[in-house]
Write a protein that binds this ligand. Structure first.
Ligand code: BDR
Ligand code: CA
Length: 303
C-alpha cells in the first residue's frame, strides 16, 4: 500500500521538484498540497503549485491555500531566485477552503497513517496544531525540510524555512509528534550534478520534462555560476527520505528553536550530545546516501 502523504509547500523550484516526485512515486499517495507564504507571497506559491501539478497532468490533486504571512513577523528575506513565477499552463483554481482547516479535517479523518511533509515555513502546521492539538497523535510522522545542525543560509545559524517563522517552528518541535529533520546538513550533501540532471530530463514523462527545466535553471545558477559540483534541491530530499528512510543517517536528540536571540533567531538548536537532559524529540538528519536519493528521484519522475 502506498504511504499517504500531505505536502505543505511554498513553491519555489525545489518544492516543485518535490511535488512532482511525490505525485509520481509508486510508493506514495499524495493526498493534497497545502500552500503557505515563504519563497514568495501566498498568491504566487499557490499559483506555482497549481501550475506545477496541472502541467504534469495531476489536476485531481487538491491544492489548498493557507497562511499569507508568518505568525508574528513580516514576510521577507527571499531572493529573486526563490521568488519565481512559473509559466507552466494552469487549468484550475485552488480548492476552496483554508489549508489549516483542510489539514485538521484530513488528518483527523485518517486512519493515523498520514506522513506530513512540510517543505516551507511552518506557519500552516503551527496553526493546525493550535486549532486541533490532537493531530499530533494522529499523524504517523512529520518529515520536514528545514533547519540545520551546523550553519545556515539566512544567517550564520538559521535556515530559511525556520528563519521566516521561528515561533511556528518552535511549536512544531514542541508538539510531541515524531519528527525527522532534513536540514541543510543533509541537503548540502545531495547536490545533483549536471550529468544526473540530464538523466532526469531524458525520462519519458511530463513531470520529468518540467523537472528538467527546473534543474536546468538550478544547474545554470549553482554549477556554472557559483562553481558548485551540483544543484541543491532541498525539498526533494525530504520526499525521498519518506520513500527510503535508510538513505539518511540520523541522530535522535532534543531540538528547540531560538526565537528571541538577536543574532540567532531561527536557529535549530540540536542537542546531539544530550547536554540539556531533555527527552529527544527529533530524528536529526546528519548525512544522506546520494545514490539512494537519486534512485528515488528517478523512480518518482520516470515510469
Ligand atoms: C528551503 O528554503 C526555500 O527557499 C526552499 O524551498 C527550501 O524549502 C531551503 O532553505
Ligand atoms: Ca520550500
Amino acid at each position: 500500500m502506498p504511504t499517504p502523504i500531505i505536502l505543505d509547500v511554498d513553491t519555489g523550484y525545489d518544492d516543485a521538484v518535490a511535488i512532482l516526485m511525490a505525485a509520481g512515486h509508486p510508493a506514495l499517495h499524495l493526498l493534497g498540497v497545502t500552500t503557505v507564504a515563504g519563497n514568495a507571497s501566498l498568491a504566487v506559491t499557490t499559483d506555482n503549485t497549481l501550475r506545477t501539478l496541472d502541467a504534469a497532468g495531476y489536476t485531481d490533486i487538491p491544492v489548498i491555500a493557507g497562511a499569507h504571512r508568518p505568525l508574528l513577523r513580516e514576510l521577507g528575506g527571499s531572493t529573486d531566485a526563490q521568488n519565481q513565477h512559473f509559466g507552466f499552463p494552469r487549468q484550475r483554481e485552488a480548492t476552496p477552503g483554508y489549508a489549516v482547516d483542510w489539514l485538521v479535517q484530513t488528518i483527523m479523518a485518517s486512519a493515523g497513517d498520514i506522513v506530513l511533509v512540510p517543505l516551507a515555513p511552518l506557519t500552516n502546521i503551527a496553526l493546525a496544531l493550535h486549532k486541533e492539538p490532537r493531530i499530533a497523535r494522529k499523524v504517523k510522522e512529520v518529515v520536514l525540510m528545514g533547519g540545520a545542525v551546523h550553519g545556515g543560509n539566512m544567517s550564520p545559524v538559521a535556515e530559511f524555512n525556520i528563519w521566516i517563522d521561528p515561533e511556528a517552528a518552535r511549536s512544531v518541535w514542541q508538539a510531541g509528534w515524531p519528527i525527522t529533520m532534513v536540514g541543510l546538513d543533509v541537503t548540502g550533501r545531495a547536490l545533483i550534478p549536471p550529468e544526473d540532471a540530464a538523466r532526469v530530463k531524458a525520462l519519458p514523462t511530463a513531470r520529468a520534462a518540467i523537472t528538467g527545466e527546473l534543474l536546468d535553471f538550478c544547474v545554470q545558477r549553482e554549477v556554472l555560476g557559483w562553481g558548485k559540483p551540483g544543484a541543491q534541491i532541498f525539498d526533494a530530499c525530504a520526499v525521498a527520505a519518506v520513500v527510503d528512510p535508510g538513505m539518511l543517517t540520523t541522530k535522535h536528540c532534543f531540538v528547540d528553536v531560538e526565537t528571541t536571540g538577536t543574532l540567532t533567531a531561527g536557529m535549530t538548536v540540536c542537542d546531539l550530545d544530550g547536554q540539556t537532559g531533555h527527552t529527544p524529540n527529533c530524528h536529526v538528519g546528519l548525512d544522506i546516501d546520494y545514490a539512494r536519493f537519486f534512485r528515488v528521484m528517478l523512480e518518482g519522475l520516470g515510469g
